[in-house]
Design a protein around this ligand. Structure first.
Ligand code: ZN
Length: 205
C-alpha cells in the first residue's frame, strides 16, 4: 500500500487561557484512561509522554477534591476477543494489571466515580451523561490519555451534549506531537473547548 507522507504542516494558532475559575458544584474532572497499560513503560500500549502528566493530574485532583468537585475516571475495559485487539493488540483487559488505574492516581473509594468503557468515547454505552446530569454538571475538565483518541472522543462527546470542555495542556499525552496538537486543535476549534496552559491555572470556587 502506498503511504501518504506530506511535508511539514503548520499548527494553526490555538487560543490558550492562562487562568480559568470554575464553579465547584457544576464542574467535574474526568480522568481518561490513566491505566498501567498506557502510562507505565511495561504497559502494552505505552504512551511515552503519559508519565509526565501524572503529577499535574495529581495536583488537579487534589484541588478538585478539596473544593468538593466531582471526579470521574474512565477505564478502558476489554474482554477476550474484543475487536479493538485487532487494531491495537491486547490492552486494558479486564482484571489485569494493565487495566488498573495507576497507583499514583487511584480513585478515592466511595467518592470518585469510575466509568468503564469499551470504546474511545467515555459516553458511548456508559452512564456518563446520566451521572453528569444527576449531579448538575455543566463544565468538564478533561485530562488523561491518549490525547487524540480517548481524550478527544470523550471531549467531543461531552461538547456535543453541550457540556463545556476545559483541557489543561500538561494533563494530556499523545504518541507524537502531531497527534497532541491535532487533539488540541479539534477540542478548541471544533468543540469550542477551552485549552488551558496548565492545571495550575485552573481554580474551583
Ligand atoms: Zn481500548
Amino acid at each position: 500500500m502506498a503511504q501518504l507522507k506530506p511535508g511539514s504542516v503548520a499548527v494553526p494558532e490555538i487560543p490558550v487561557e492562562e487562568r480559568v475559575e470554575l464553579p465547584a458544584s457544576e464542574t467535574a474532572v474526568i480522568v481518561v484512561d490513566m491505566q498501567n497499560d498506557f502510562v507505565k513503560p511495561e504497559g502494552r500500549l505505552f504512551v511515552p509522554t503519559a508519565p509526565q502528566t501524572i503529577e499535574p493530574i495529581r495536583k488537579l485532583l487534589e484541588k478538585a477534591r478539596k473544593a468538593g468537585v466531582k471526579v470521574f475516571y474512565t477505564q478502558d475495559t476489554h474482554y477476550e476477543g474484543d475487536p479493538e485487539f485487532k487494531i491495537w493488540g491486547e490492552h486494558a483487559r479486564y482484571g489485569t494489571w494493565g487495566w488498573e488505574i495507576v497507583e499514583e492516581l487511584k480513585p478515592v473509594e466511595g467518592r470518585d466515580i469510575v466509568v468503564r468503557k469499551t470504546r474511545y468515547d467515555g459516553f458511548y454505552g456508559t452512564p456518563m451523561d446520566d451521572l453528569l446530569r444527576v449531579y448538575g454538571i455543566r463544565n468538564t475538565v478533561i485530562v488523561g490519555t491518549v490525547a487524540n483518541i480517548c481524550v478527544l472522543h470523550t471531549a467531543g462527546s461531552a461538547a456535543l451534549r453541550w457540556y463545556k470542555v476545559y483541557v489543561p495542556m500538561d494533563g494530556i499525552s499523545a504518541l507524537n506531537d502531531f497527534d497532541y496538537y491535532a487533539a488540541l486543535r479539534q477540542i478548541s476549534f471544533l468543540y469550542k473547548g477551552v485549552v488551558v496552559r496548565s492545571v495550575d491555572g485552573i481554580e474551583f470556587k
